[in-house]
Design a protein around this ligand. Sequence first.
Ligand SMILES: [Fe+2]
Ligand SMILES: [Fe+2]
Length: 189
Amino acid sequence: MQYILEQLEQDHRRMLRMMYLLSKDIHRLTGLDRGTANMDRILEILDYIQVYPEIWHHPTEDVLFKQLLSKKHVNVEAIHLLLNDHPRLEALSSQLSLIYSEFRVAGITPSQRVLQLSRHFCTGQIAHIHAERNIFAAISERFDEQDWQDVGNTLRDKQSSNEDTEQWDYIQRSQNLNRSNALTNTGLH
Ligand SMILES: [Fe+2]
Ligand SMILES: [Fe+2]
């Protein structure tokens, strides 16, 4: 079951690259970097962050982290902070996605407040990913075969109770993103 941790770490690497691109565009909108911001790319990144992590990445981490809480001598406070981050980051990505969609339609440049919120989102995501490295290491060290079996069973139950439409939506949006020029041009795939 270690492959779950490998997949999560692979997601983290991709997310960090996306946060780097998003920060770059935000700097361009703020005037800190030269060049024109790519609004299509901003929306595609926000779209990816809304769909993929929220359907598989965060729910999987939630199951692993809760299993880790059943162990002795773990950093309970750090685990709870990460668990609480998930709905908070998801709400923020939905909010930003909505805001940037409206800006693109209206052809308006985002306000300073929105740019500040975007920066806050990027730093929050990056800090979250870095904090998870320690927790992944604790999982790797402490989980025995029974823990991985429990985690596998919980994940299977969760998957079978998922709405088909949600899965379909995820597949469609991921495929669209994989075909996206804005991301492929920057060597993300
Ligand atoms: Fe997380
Ligand atoms: Fe994560």
